[in-house]
Design a protein around this ligand. Structure first.
Ligand code: KIV
Ligand code: ZN
Length: 403
């Protein structure tokens, strides 16, 4: 029986792996605000947190499950190590969601087994079916990850995956935990699973990867060519160490180059049917929101959402773009919802224009916060002819830090 979707499932882990970026801690309200934005963006699955790790995270996952996990909303997922306590906490936290998923994991590489888990391969093979079976008592939607899959012995990994699927895992995730693999190697790992795991078609193959060598997005695209159908990613690529694969880069690569990717989904190259459910026009706003709430600044030359991503400095480029944008642009800023500031904000601007620009930049302020920020804006506008988006962000960030 084949369980393969005919498009890519976007699994967003900004609120779990993304929040593991040093210094990026979010409170429950901030997590909920981001979860709502992710739902508007159209992600299929939100990994909302790791409930057993703290009471705060348990409550945050539960409140996202209650509020965002509606019938037409995304699946709400919680992370759990392959232990009963973790799985129980995850199961209870996602319970209010209409569609809830438990994502349980255990390491499979010898280096993790020997030094971290101090377990043998046999012990890992015993744990997996027990814990997946336990997870299925909370939800039918169980995902299993073989942590450090890309540094695991292939034959052992095949055994692990087969037993996880037999125990009820509907999604098999292959994490490149330390960002070590390369595109060709990741592709060959998936080909290997397809050739050697007899029940592989019963599960969706997912990939998860870190950016230690700057290869996460390239690795994922190779995985897609070889049959991966779920991509685990974060907004702005935030996450442990050098971060995770960036959602906006993956989605726009699949969108801009769809003629190349369509045939891997059995489609005609010219097909216009989207390869993901993402509403690309929400990308810029969501990116700004995540940057503002986590405090993780986006480098100007960051692909897709960096301040310079659509800027042209040299005279030759400017001349080309003025004649025809496609000379130096492969996508429209508008396609990611980056509206150029049509209304110039200055001392004559009103509160509505000010509020609307802030919403475009991803800020959702309360009435009181908006009023306070507006007073500071007027003050600045008296001293400066034009108030830029960067000035607005400085005003709002100052306001929220003082609150
Ligand atoms: O990088 C990793 O291996 C993870 C797993 C928990 C999926 O984040
Ligand atoms: Zn990770």
């Amino acid at each position: 029986m084949s369980n393969q979707p005919d498009r890519i499932i976007i699994f967003d882990t900004t609120l779990r792996d993304g929040e593991q970026s040093p210094g990026a801690t979010l409170n429950a309200d901030e997590k909920l605000t981001i979860a709502r934005a992710l739902s508007r963006l159209g992600v299929d699955v939100i990994e909302a947190g790791f409930p057993y790790s703290s009471v705060g995270d348990f409550e945050a996952v539960k409140s996202i499950a209650e509020t965002v996990g509606t019938a037409d909303g995304p699946t709400i997922c919680a992370l759990a190590r392959a232990t009963e306590n973790d799985i129980k906490a995850a199961g209870e936290a996602i319970a209010p969601a209409i569609k809830g998923r438990i994502h349980t994991f255990i390491a499979t590489s010898d280096i993790h087994l020997q030094y971290k888990l101090r377990k043998t391969r046999e012990q890992v093979l015993e744990t997996i079916p027990k814990m997946i079976g336990y997870a299925t008592t909370f939800t039918e939607d169980v995902e299993f990850s073989a942590e450090d899959a890309t540094r695991s012995d292939r034959e052992f990994l095949y055994q692990v995956v087969e037993s996880a699927i037999a125990a009820g895992a509907k999604t098999i995730n292959l994490p490149d935990t330390v960002g070590y693999t390369t595109p060709e190697e990741f592709g060959s790992l998936i080909r290997g699973l397809k050739a050697n795991v007899p029940n592989i078609e019963e599960a969706v193959i997912s990939v998860h990867g870190h950016n230690d060598l700057g290869l996460a997005v390239a690795n994922f695209l190779s995985a897609v060519q070889n049959g991966a159908r779920q991509l685990e990613c974060t907004i702005n690529g935030i996450g442990e160490r050098a971060g995770n694969a960036a959602l906006e880069e993956l989605v726009m690569a699949l969108h801009v180059r769809r003629q190349f990717y369509n045939p891997f989904f059995g489609r005609e190259p010219e097909s216009e049917a989207p390869l993901t459910n993402i509403n690309t026009k929400e990308i810029y706003k969501t990116s700004r929101l995540v940057s503002n709430l986590t405090g993780m600044i986006i480098q100007p030359n960051k692909a897709v959402v960096g301040g310079n991503a659509f800027a042209h400095e040299s005279g030759i480029h400017q001349d080309g773009v003025l004649k025809n944008k496609q000379t130096y642009e492969i996508m429209d800023a508008e396609s990611i919802g980056w509206t150029s500031n049509q209304i110039v904000l200055g001392k004559h601007s009103g509160r509505n224009a000010f509020g609307s620009r802030l919403r475009d930049l991803g800020y959702e302020l309360s009435e009181t916060e908006l009023n306070k920020a507006f007073v500071r804006f007027k003050d600045l506008a008296d001293k400066k002819k034009v108030v830029t988006d960067w000035d607005l962000e400085a005003i709002v960030n100052d306001e929220t830090q003082q609150a």
